[in-house]
Design a protein around this ligand. Sequence first.
Ligand SMILES: O=P(O)(O)OP(=O)(O)OP(=O)(O)OC[C@H]1O[C@@H](n2cnc3c(O)ncnc32)[C@H](O)[C@@H]1O
Ligand SMILES: [Mg+2]
Length: 199
Amino acid sequence: METIIFATKNKGKIKEINAILADMNVEVVSMEDAGITFDVVEDGTSFEENAMKKAVQIMEIGNKITLSDDSGLEIDYMDKAPGIYSARFMGEETPYPQRFQAIFEKLENVPEEKRTARFVSCIAAAFPDGRRLVSYDTVEGIIGWEAKGENGFGYDPIFFVPEKGKYMAELSPEEKNAISHRGKALRKMKEMLKKELEK
Ligand SMILES: O=P(O)(O)OP(=O)(O)OP(=O)(O)OC[C@H]1O[C@@H](n2cnc3c(O)ncnc32)[C@H](O)[C@@H]1O
Ligand SMILES: [Mg+2]
């Protein structure tokens, strides 16, 4: 069975990814499982550049097909910030509740129709033989007025999903994967990977 490394250090992502790839006939291992501690410098100017950089650099270390996710939250009223800087917004170590407060303050008195936002996910795959794959998807929502829900990770508690009438962090893991940026992008990647693995 083919072993695929998923190049992420984010535990929230790993859970989501394992659930989505569970029905594939491959063994998906985390960087930690593969014994890789290397820190990829995310200095690209787009989700795609950063995703490909993570996949290629970890593939070169592990010498196995490597997948990665580069993702983030785009808030339209904030000119699409934090975007590719979502993990580092206000500092990597800053607790999320503090970040939520700052976002709520920036959006104070901003009406619902101007609170639009989206989560973006770019999934990249790098094969040792040089093949490269990329998929991309988004989920649209609005920045709420409070933080709500205990599930998910990152900015999920402030991201209201109109189609569900709930905050992202109120959705079960299955519900989130069914509609999320990462769920959609990763399912597309799964189809592309299956085709490549048959070659
Ligand atoms: O780079 P890796 O090791 O994969 O882990 P990371 O957390 O640094 O991941 P990114 O560089 O892709 O940054 C993505 C950030 O965007 C936010 N984010 C992405 N997907 C999210 C989701 O599904 N729910 C909530 N926040 C999310 C969250 O702050 C993430 O840390
Ligand atoms: Mg990162």
